[in-house]
Design a protein around this ligand. Structure first.
Ligand code: DCP
Ligand code: MG
Length: 397
């Protein structure tokens, strides 16, 4: 019988800060920036701060308004990464297969481990105790017969939660959840839920596959069909926060040079775009992330009227978004870019309507296809940085 644990640390960055500064205990701790950091956003807030309505991704200025007495911190990624490594190493004591999802969460495959560690509930308690005793932090644990449901379960009774879904109880558990619990449904999808008056997963489970497809499209409709029944649906949503693909790079030295930043963004865009092409997907929304040398992080995103169907277009828009936010002269520690709200790619139009972007997209599809068939070919599009902000040529490396 398959059995998966999803473990997610509670208010991770804030919890590490409280561990290192016991005087913060029981206080509203907000990590992401200091009051007055105009462009910073909240990375996370302690549960004490969440009571005031402070949450991740909220501008720091708004957090100051809601919780003026909060302890505001810029954060220390090195320290969080150190704790993250400790935690992941600990997880490996409980499962031969640990899949890290983000800095503070992982799936542990515990199928067939009952003989070693006892029934799932006992294993969950073991994991929670070990994390508390060895790292001083609390973790919420969800256990279910598939990863998707285990992920939902870990969020049910946060903080310090433990939620086990017995085999056979998947659909009963999931259908009583509000639609907000569907992992992989972003802002836009929630808007559609609201429009149709779908409040619980049961409301969606009542729809036929045809109705789901007509409302949400083939791919997302099929995903929802499984998700609301508590069936394995994670393959749809490999990335954090919805149906998106992104990549980021942390640099050994803080970047200050324009060219270095632009080349890095190009490389990131290529990585993301080829994954999107391979998945036959398409998006209108770009997100760009900049983390400065003091760990403050800004994220900028924009939705464009038309789908981004060419790497050149993706890169050009990413650069423009980057320069809109980048504060010249500051050292950059990390850069990231992504395409959000991915949808299945629309059918290609014929040459009659073949715009430059369409041609480029076909060329890129060809490159992806060649690379798939001949992994050694390592065909890449090279950047020719020019006055127009970077055009592309194809080069073989
Ligand atoms: N994080 C971030 N920006 C976000 C979301 C999260 O920088 N928009 C960082 C800070 C978090 C860490 O990632 O501490 C883990 O993210 P989680 O979503 O697991 O959030 P928390 O662990 O903080 O809270 P909880 O899991 O208890 O909801
Ligand atoms: Mg967490």
């Amino acid at each position: 019988m398959a059995c998966f644990v999803h473990a997610d640390l509670d208010a991770f960055y804030a919890a590490v800060e409280t561990l290192d500064h016991p005087e913060y205990h029981g206080k509203p701790v907000i990590v992401g920036g200091l009051p007055g950091d105009r462009r910073s956003v909240v990375a996370t807030a302690s549960y004490e701060a969440r009571v005031f309505g402070v949450h991740s991704a909220m501008p720091i200025a708004e957090a100051v308004k809601r919780c003026p007495q909060g302890i505001f911190l810029r954060g220390n990624m090195r320290r969080y990464q150190e704790k993250s490594r400790e935690i992941m190493a600990l997880f490996m004591d409980f499962s031969p297969e640990v899949q890290q999802l983000s800095i503070d969460e992982a799936f542990l495959d515990i199928s067939g481990m009952e003989g070693l560690f006892g029934p799932p509930e006992e294993q969950g308690r073991h994991i929670k105790r070990a994390v508390r005793e060895k790292t001083g932090l609390t973790v919420s644990v969800g256990i279910a017969s598939n990863k998707y449901l285990a992920k939902i379960a870990s969020g049910i009774s946060k903080p310090d939660g433990l939620c086990i879904i017995p085999p056979g109880g998947e659909a009963a558990f999931m259908t009583e959840q509000p639609v907000e619990k569907i992992w992989g449904a972003g802002k836009k999808t929630r808007e559609i839920f609201r429009k149709h008056g779908f409040k619980t997963c049961a409301d969606i489970a009542a729809l036929s596959p045809e109705t789901l497809t007509s409302i949400f499209g083939v791919s997302f409709g099929a995903f929802l069909y499984r998700a609301v029944r508590g069936e394995a649906a994670e393959s749809f949503d490999r990335e954090r926060g919805g149906h998106s693909m992104s990549a980021e790079r942390t640099f050994e030295y803080d970047l200050r040079d324009r060219f270095a930043m632009e080349s890095s963004l190009l490389e990131i865009c290529q990585t993301v775009f080829w994954r999107v092409l391979r998945g036959r997907l398409e998006s209108k929304t770009i997100s760009v992330k900049i983390r400065y040398d003091d760990f403050t992080t800004v994220i900028v995103r924009e939705t464009f009227p038309a789908g981004i169907t060419a790497l050149n277009d993706f890169y050009g828009k990413t650069l423009a978004l980057f320069y809109r936010k980048y504060e010249a002269g500051r050292g950059v520690r990390l850069l990231g870019a992504g395409l959000l709200n991915l949808e299945p790619a629309t059918a290609r139009q014929g040459d009659l309507f073949g715009t430059q972007n369409e041609k480029e997209r076909r060329l890129e599809e060809m490159i992806v296809e060649i690379n798939r068939k001949f992994p050694g070919a390592a065909l890449r599009r090279g950047a020719v940085m020019g006055e127009d902000g970077g055009r592309f040529g194809v080069r073989k490396e």
